[in-house]
Design a protein around this ligand. Structure first.
Ligand SMILES: NC(=O)CC[C@H](N)C(=O)O
Length: 358
């Protein structure tokens, strides 16, 4: 039991740990100031109520990008939501959840609850080879075990047809193009500029359709957005060719949207008010805002919080997965360490008879 005390304590402190790690963006100066660390350290959701923008007041948040369409889009968004806070927990169903996810789950659901809003569970299933039914089921169980009931369960794949139509719109406005640079050439931050960047929109539109019909092999064509990301990555990929069957859409598609393309648009389509994510997504914020604005769509506010780390327990899907593959731990419940050490996955906590409630 002692070995889980760190985990259970971390779980009990979940909300507070998230609160301490919260950082409001500091890109530009508009009205809102970020909460002081001393305020955050007092912890608890109650203290945080009122520290974030109110639904519909996205433009008052530091760093939010305002266009001439923003006011009208925010107005329509408020009419659709009735002014409620709308959050989502958006895991990729490619592994078991760890204790870090518990903070994100608690934060998203508790924030919505404290504001009399709603919170969705949205599976970010844009990687066909990796998404798995087993994880889809386990993730819902973990969310329920933590005491939450999603107001809706959705999948990024629910939006594949809409996302494709939006990609066509982006191409028609010359804001995206079909590129044939091989993946190894585009990787990293110093990729040579694409020679296909300025090809006519009609040509890209036709080639995108060819991509969708399966006329290109994997790696032969991508759809790229004409923008520079915060970390200076140029023209991030929006769609790539993958011939792997998808657990929900089967073989309907052979092109799949990337995180950079799909995440903000799914948030927008679901009228998310506060898009909470961990710090490593901060560099994605510029493409998030750029894309919603490029398509004249409602743009949620992205807020980042610090990742929860626990000493002496792996808190990473990838590391936990490799412990399972190397036989260090069993993959079926109870997922307990066979050797010394402990796992940061939520099931380990579940089967150690720790209560999620405090
Ligand atoms: N913005 C986000 O929080 C993205 C989460 C991402 N789908 C993940 O599983 O890590």
């Amino acid at each position: 039991m002692a070995e889980f005390s760190t985990l259970s304590a971390a779980l009990r402190r979940g909300r507070r740990a998230v609160a301490i790690g919260l950082r409001r963006r500091d890109l530009s100066s508009t009205s809102s100031k970020r909460p002081r660390d001393s305020e955050l350290r007092k912890g608890g959701m109650a203290q945080l109520v009122g520290k974030f923008h109110r639904p519909g007041e996205n433009h008052l948040t530091e760093g939010y990008v305002v266009t001439d369409k923003t006011q009208a889009l925010l107005q329509e968004h408020l009419e659709r939501t009735g002014g409620k806070a709308v959050t989502r927990f958006p895991p990729e169903p490619n592994g078991i959840l760890h204790i870090g996810h518990a903070t994100s789950i608690n934060f998203n659901f508790n924030f919505a609850k404290a504001h009399k809003g709603v919170c969705y569970l949205r599976y970010d299933d844009t990687n066909p080879g990796k998404a798995d039914e087993q994880y889809i089921r386990q993730i819902l169980e973990m969310v329920q075990w933590l005491g939450h009931t999603p107001d809706k369960v959705t999948f990024a794949s629910d939006y594949f047809p809409q996302l494709y139509q939006l990609a066509r719109r982006l191409v028609s406005s010359s804001l995206a193009f079909v590129c044939h640079q091989p993946p190894h050439e585009v990787r990293g931050h110093h990729a040579p500029p694409s020679p296909w960047r300025d090809r006519p929109a009609e040509e890209s539109l036709h080639l995108l359709e060819e991509m969708r019909k399966g006329k290109f092999k994997e790696g032969e064509a991508t759809l790229r957005m004409k923008m520079v990301m915060e970390d200076s990555k140029v023209d991030p990929v929006a769609y790539r060719v993958r011939f792997a069957p998808h657990p929900r859409t089967g073989t309907d598609w052979c092109i799949y949207p990337t995180y950079d393309y799909a995440h903000c648009l799914c948030d927008s389509l679901e009228d998310i008010t506060h898009s909470f994510c961990t710090k490593e997504f901060q560099m994605k914020r510029s493409s998030y805002y750029w894309l919603c604005n490029a398509l004249d769509m409602y743009c949620p506010v992205q807020w980042e919080f610090g990742r929860l780390n626990v000493k002496h327990a792996p808190v990473s899907k990838r590391k936990i997965q490799s412990l399972i593959h190397t036989g260090t731990v069993r993959s079926s419940p109870p997922l307990k360490p066979l050797n010394k050490g402990h796992l940061g996955d939520i099931e380990s906590v579940l089967y150690s008879e720790v209560s999620p409630h405090y």
